[in-house]
Write a protein that binds this ligand. Structure first.
Ligand code: M6R
Length: 364
C-alpha cells in the first residue's frame, strides 16, 4: 500500500517525521534527559577505538557517525566498506568496539565482517532495521532504528533513522566519557526532539526541489559537494541520484574540488552544494564561486542565512529550516532524496525497482 503516493519511495520519504519521532521516543523517552539503550546498553567510558562497517547508504551513515563520535565523544573512529574490511583482515586492538550498520541485517559482506570481529572486538554492536536479522542476532547489542518496513530499493527513511540512532549513541558515549557539558547535551537532545517538526517543514520544499530536479534530469553528469558533516551526505545524494535516475553523479569533499574535479566543470555541469550556514560555510561559498566562475550551474541547499548571504549567481536555491549543526545531515537528507526522486520521475525510470539492483545484497 503506497498510502496515496505514486511510489513507495515517495511514501517512505514522507514518513520520515513520523518514523524518526518513533526512533527518538525509544532512545529518549519523554521526560528523560539522557539517552537510554536497550538490553543493558554499553558503557563507552573505557572504549579506545570504534570500527564502523557497512555497505552503500549504511556506509554513508557510518561516515557521518565518524564526525559525531570524534567531535562529540572524542573517540577515534575507523570506517570501512564491509567488502574491503572483511578481506583486509585488519588488526583489532583491545578496547575496540565494532559497530555494523544495516537496514536489512542480512547483507553478506557486512555479516562476514561482523563474524570476522567476533571474538576479537570487545563488543559487537549493530544498528539494524530488521530486528530478527542475522546481523542483529549475532551482535552483543542490537540497536533497532524503528523505521518500519522499507520497500523502495533506494534507502531513505532507514538512512535518516540510522543517523538519528547513531547521533544518540554518540551523545551517550560523550556522556559516559564526561566529555560533553550538561548544556551541550541538553541542546542536542532538545534539537533531536524538535527534529520531526523540522523534517516536516523541510518536506514542504517539495515543489522547489521538483523544479530544481527538472534541470538535473536533462544532465548527463551531476557533482555533489559538501564539507564536514555535509560531505558524507553529498556522497549519499550522489548515490541516490545514480541509483534511481541512472545519471552519473559523483560527490567530493568541497576542499578536494581544486585537486581534480574542477576540470569537469562547464555550463553543462550542475553542482549541488550542501551547505548550511555553519562554521565551514565561507569555505563552501568560495568553492561554489570557483564552480560558477567556470559556468557550472549551482543548486545551493542551505538555510535562510546562508541563502541570503550567498545566492548571487546561483541557478537555484533550496531553503532548509534552521537546525543545530549536529543534526544537519539528517535534515539535509530530505532534499538529497527528493532531488533524486523527482529527477527519476522526470526521466520516467522505475523508481522503486531500479534496474540491476536488489533491496538486499545477500550474496557477494
Ligand atoms: O541492508 P543494508 O543496509 O545492509 O544494505 C546496504 C546497501 O546495500 C544499501 O544501503 C544500498 O546501497 C541501497 N540501495 C542504497 O539506497
Amino acid at each position: 500500500d503506497k498510502g496515496g503516493h505514486k511510489h513507495f519511495m515517495a511514501k517512505e520519504i514522507a514518513e520520515q517525521p513520523h518514523v524518526i519521532a518513533e526512533a527518538i521516543r525509544h532512545y529518549l523517552p519523554v521526560g528523560e534527559d539522557a539517552v537510554h539503550l536497550p538490553d543493558g546498553g554499553i558503557d563507552f567510558s573505557e572504549v579506545e577505538r570504534l570500527t564502523l562497517v557497512a555497505c552503500g547508504t549504511a556506509y554513508y551513515a557510518c561516515l557521518t557517525a565518524k564526525y559525531w563520535f570524534e567531535k562529540i565523544a572524542r573517540i577515534p573512529v575507523e570506517v570501512d566498506v564491509a567488502s574491503e574490511f572483511r578481506y583486509r583482515e585488519p588488526p583489532i586492538p583491545g578496547k575496540t568496539v565494532a559497530l555494523f550498520v544495516s537496514q536489512s541485517g542480512e547483507t553478506a559482506d557486512t555479516l562476514a565482517a561482523l563474524r570476522y570481529c567476533a571474538g576479537k572486538a570487545d563488543k559487537i554492536l549493530s544498528v539494524v532495521n530488521v530486528a530478527e536479522s542475522s546481523i542483529a542476532r549475532e551482535s552483543d547489542l542490537a540497536l533497532p532504528i524503528h523505521a518500519g518496513v522499507e520497500i523502495g530499493v533506494a534507502s531513505t527513511k532507514a538512512f535518516t533513522c540510522q543517523l538519528s540512532v547513531l547521533l544518540m549513541l554518540a551523545l551517550k558515549a560523550a556522556a559516559d566519557r564526561g566529555v560533553i557539558t550538561p548544556e551541550d547535551l541538553d541542546a542536542n537532545i532538545a534539537a533531536l526532539r524538535s527534529l520531526p517538526n523540522v523534517l516536516a517543514a523541510a518536506l514542504e520544499q517539495n515543489d522547489t526541489i521538483r523544479q530544481a530536479a527538472q534541470k538535473l534530469s536533462e544532465s548527463r553528469d551531476v557533482l555533489f559537494l559538501g564539507r564536514g558533516l555535509m560531505f558524507p551526505l553529498a556522497l549519499e545524494g550522489a548515490l541516490k541520484l545514480k541509483e534511481i535516475s541512472y545519471i552519473h553523479a559523483e560527490a567530493y569533499a568541497s576542499g578536494e574540488l581544486k585537486h581534480g574535479p574542477i576540470a569537469l566543470i562547464d555550463k553543462h555541469m550542475p553542482v549541488v552544494v550542501m551547505a548550511p550556514r555553519d562554521a565551514l560555510f565561507d569555505k563552501s561559498v568560495s568553492n561554489m564561486q570557483e564552480v560558477m566562475a567556470r559556468k557550472g550551474k549551482v543548486i545551493l541547499v542551505s538555510n535562510a542565512d546562508g541563502i541570503a548571504e550567498a545566492s548571487d549567481g546561483v541557478a537555484s536555491c533550496i531553503q532548509m529550516p534552521d537546525i543545530h549543526d549536529n543534526l544537519s545531515p539528517i535534515l539535509y537528507a530530505i532534499p538529497a532524496q527528493l532531488l533524486a526522486y523527482h529527477t527519476a520521475v522526470a526521466k520516467g525510470t522505475d523508481v522503486d525497482q531500479p534496474r540491476n539492483l536488489a533491496k538486499s545484497v545477500t550474496v557477494e
